[in-house]
Design a protein around this ligand. Structure first.
Ligand code: SF4
Length: 217
């Protein structure tokens, strides 16, 4: 089969975006936060955990502990108790405390606003950095999570499981102003229709634009 050109992918993607805009008109980040630092904590907690669960945890956590200094000073055992149900609580506690200390020591307790500097914080990879840049600093990035990996492959937009490669390939074919919302579209579509197992291609509004539609029926 002939490889689809970037130009053809852009045209197809434009139509997909138009349909997603109608299907998911109010999509946005599901994590609750009131500051860039709180979003950092919530995003670290969200690894291998649902946003719903994270919001339950942070509702109590953020009432008591708000700033980096609070997290630098809280005993590990105490933080572990708070975040236990998020899973990987020991590693997450370690990262949150270490990130808080680094922010205090090197950034005057503020979150930096560049990818390069965010990546220096413990527990922060490109995915977390893009979440923070896109939602706190008006610097669009494409967050590549499990839904984005799965669906962008099924849609034939990329052919890779490597999040960084996917991020850069999508940046080539997506208009920059759509980078942030694209992730939210795919997360919604992944939860509701294009599930990991048994995607509902018969009821998928973009099936006529998807080269994988016949594979699952
Ligand atoms: S047609 Fe099927 S595989 Fe393609 S996006 Fe829709 S649900 Fe996913």
């Amino acid at each position: 089969m002939r490889k689809e050109s970037a130009k053809a992918k852009k045209v197809r993607l434009k139509k997909i975006l138009e349909i997603f805009n109608l299907e998911y008109p109010k999509v946005t980040i599901q994590l609750n936060f009131e500051s860039p630092f709180q979003l950092l904590v919530a995003t670290i907690l969200s690894a291998q955990c649902t946003d719903k669960r994270v919001n339950i945890i942070t509702e109590k956590l953020f009432k008591k502990y708000k700033e980096p200094l609070d997290y630098a000073e809280i005993p590990s055992e105490e933080l572990e108790k708070f975040i236990f149900s998020a899973g990987f609580y020991k590693a997450k506690t370690k990262n949150i405390k270490a990130a808080a200390k680094k922010l205090i020591d090197e950034y005057n307790s503020e979150l930096p606003d560049t990818m390069e500097e965010l990546l220096k914080l413990p527990g922060v990879g490109r995915k977390t950095a893009n979440v923070i840049l896109g939602h706190c600093f008006d610097t669009p990035g494409i967050v590549v999570d499990t839904h984005v990996i799965r669906i962008s492959n099924r849609l034939g937009l990329v052919e890779s499981k490597n999040p960084e490669k996917i991020e850069f390939e999508l940046m080539e074919i997506l208009p920059k102003e759509k980078w942030v919302i694209f992730t939210h579209y795919l997360i919604n579509h992944g939860r509701k229709v294009c599930k990991s197992r048994n995607p509902d291609c018969l009821n998928c509004k973009i099936s006529y634009l998807c080269p994988s539609a016949n594979k699952f029926n």
